[in-house]
Design a protein around this ligand. Structure first.
Ligand code: NIG
Ligand code: FE
Length: 390
């Protein structure tokens, strides 16, 4: 057991639900951690003694960001697809097949190295918990491999065998669904906490409402929690399905009807709407109305969706800046959504806030306050705090 007292905090943002905009801001504060847990939060003048001390020299301290939606297990590069999109080409999910081919061709060691480098890149920008999906393997062995590698880096692993219908099953959608809901799910479940499906009837590659329901029900029977990619490219049944089945999260929510919003309000205790503004940025699409969703009473989270196709950014600070600039959130609302909101979408209360008993996941900002996250977009202000080894 090694205890550490953190002092010199310019602004402590606890996100403990108290005070202005629920941020629980404290000044002249200190935090004491013991191994991986917070054991004391309060006035620096009253901080108890500890084995080690870290003086953060006036920096702001915020809860480590929770990135509740990423696709980090892939090989290959789709920058040319991005360039084509910026020149006017539309996104319909077809590029996923390019990443599937490259990922299948990579050996285990190379794939693990790529994922490790991406997780390090997230941490260097202040993210301390990341959810990682499979979905670029789409064979039993390749999906299991993706989840096994993801498991080396996080407990929040998600089976996304229903990402698209792969080329080898193009004329046999039902056969692929039999595989995903049968042998692939059985092999993947031991390595996954969640199941997800790309529910997008407008895409020829993704799944419609009935197909998505089948995938989610099978996942639930296998003991997995539910997440849904829904309402990204256009209107669709994803949100209603997620709410009906009690999914923890429905992600994207770019194209919502008034009935979808009403369903999310009613389900706010159970289902979080996870917004991924980096996708709108990188696909040049209209942003969802995050401020309207929050005002209506929807549970809102922010995540990167870091993936080789629709958003190749691992930066939660960039998502916060986009949420403020493009989706109408205040800086406090955006930070809360990137911490407590994302933790909630993973059904976690031990992360996303700085409070006694929570994990000792702290992020330092090279800035005097959390406002700088949106005020100084693109500037590398945030990094996860490394604590002394226990
Ligand atoms: O969340 N929508 C489906 N999946 C990813 C995109 C994956 C890709 O294009 O490679 C997403 O946007
Ligand atoms: Fe995604």
């Amino acid at each position: 057991m090694t205890s550490t007292v953190i002092t010199g905090i310019g602004e402590l943002v606890t996100c403990d639900g108290t005070g202005a905009e629920r941020l629980g801001v404290q000044h002249d504060a200190a935090v004491v951690v013991d191994d991986d847990r917070v054991v004391w939060v309060g006035s620096a003048a009253q901080a108890p003694a500890a084995d080690e001390a870290i003086d953060v020299a006036g920096r702001a301290v915020v809860p480590g960001f929770v990135d509740s939606h990423s696709h980090l297990v892939y090989a290959g590069d789709r920058s040319a697809e991005f360039a084509a999109r910026m020149a006017g080409e539309a996104y319909d999910g077809g590029g996923i097949g390019v990443s599937v081919t490259a990922t299948r061709a990579a050996d285990d060691q190379e794939l693990a190295r790529l994922v490790g480098a991406r997780v390090a890149e997230l941490r260097a920008q202040g993210t301390t918990t990341v959810e990682i999906k499979s979905g670029y393997g789409l064979t039993v062995d390749d999906e299991v491999r993706a989840l096994r590698i993801a498991r080396e880096f996080t407990a929040e692993t998600t089976f996304l065998g229903a990402h698209v219908v792969p080329a080898d099953y193009q004329d046999d959608r039902d056969g692929y669904l039999d595989l995903v809901t049968g042998p692939m799910l059985a092999a993947a479940a031991p390595y996954a906490r969640w199941i997800d499906v790309f529910c997008e009837p407008g895409s020829p590659h993704a799944f419609d409402g009935d197909e998505s329901r089948r995938v989610l029900l099978a996942g639930r029977s296998a003991g997995l929690g539910l997440r849904v990619h829904g309402n990204q490219l256009g209107p669709g049944p994803g949100v209603q399905l997620a709410v009906e089945l009690g999914a923890a999260s429905v992600d994207h929510c770019t194209s919502l009807s008034p009935a979808d919003v009403a369903a999310l309000v009613d389900a706010a205790e159970v289902t979080t709407a996870t917004l991924l503004p980096g996708v709108e940025f990188s696909t040049r699409s209209p942003y969802p109305d995050a401020a309207g969703l929050l005002a209506a009473g929807v549970s809102v989270a922010l995540a990167t969706d870091c993936n080789p196709g629709t958003c190749n950014s691992s930066s939660m600070p960039f998502m916060i800046a986009l949420a403020v600039r493009e989706m109408g959130l205040t800086p406090a609302q955006a930070l809360y959504a990137a911490t407590v909101g994302s933790a909630r979408s993973l059904r976690r209360t031990d992360i996303g806030r700085i409070a006694v008993g929570a994990r000792a996941d702290l992020t330092l900002l090279d800035a005097p306050s959390h406002l700088h996250l949106a005020y100084r977009p693109g500037v590398p202000l945030a990094r996860a705090l490394d604590l002394p080894a226990p």
